[in-house]
Design a protein around this ligand. Sequence first.
Ligand code: SAM
Length: 202
Amino acid sequence: MFLKFKLVILRIARWFLRPLLRRKKSLMRPTEDSRKALVSLVESLQCDRQMVMIEVGSYRGESAQIFLGTNRFSRIYCIDPWKMYYDANDGAAFTDMTFVENDFDQRLKGDDRVVKVKGTIDTFLEQYPDVEIDFAYVDGCHTYDAVKHDLHQIMTHRRPKVAISGHDYYSNWQGLRAAIEECLGKPDAVFPDSSWVKFQQK
Ligand SMILES: C[S@@+](CC[C@H](N)C(=O)[O-])C[C@H]1O[C@@H](n2cnc3c(N)ncnc32)[C@H](O)[C@@H]1O
């Protein structure tokens, strides 16, 4: 009963704080350098045909738009629950996800290479059991457990043919680097925006 009451109060408070939360929503790729770094990551991929990729954590669709802008991908599965409060240490988790998701929709609308998957890597695996992937970019929840889960699910159930990668290798997220190294070993390259890559074809 008390818990229900608390939830109602939280919802009402959230409603009144909406304009503030909206203002707080941040851009993920604000500088030219951070956008160029992602393009360099794509340029490092050795593949002479158009690739199929998944992105775990798409937020406003900025990185997805950069990936698509390289014209190296025929399809991108953008996987994101678009739900607040997924990690107490991540500022993005406190932005208004309704607005963030709307931004994503606006940014990528009309591009038929984009498949929006509202959920997690497990949702993707369940909804698209036959889709083979060339490339994965992991930039979802940054806790040790979440990164381990994402990498484990990808490598066990949908191993990419060309490379697996992600964001924030050099960051303050405790455990993120450990999770990457325990699952995959040291990355083959780390880019100026802290994107990392492990090639699958040697
Ligand atoms: C750092 S943002 C992604 C930024 C985006 N890749 C970019 O560079 O523009 C992290 C996103 O991960 C999403 N997220 C949180 N938990 C997730 C999970 N378990 N699976 C997939 N995405 C998740 C959040 O909703 C948020 O939109």
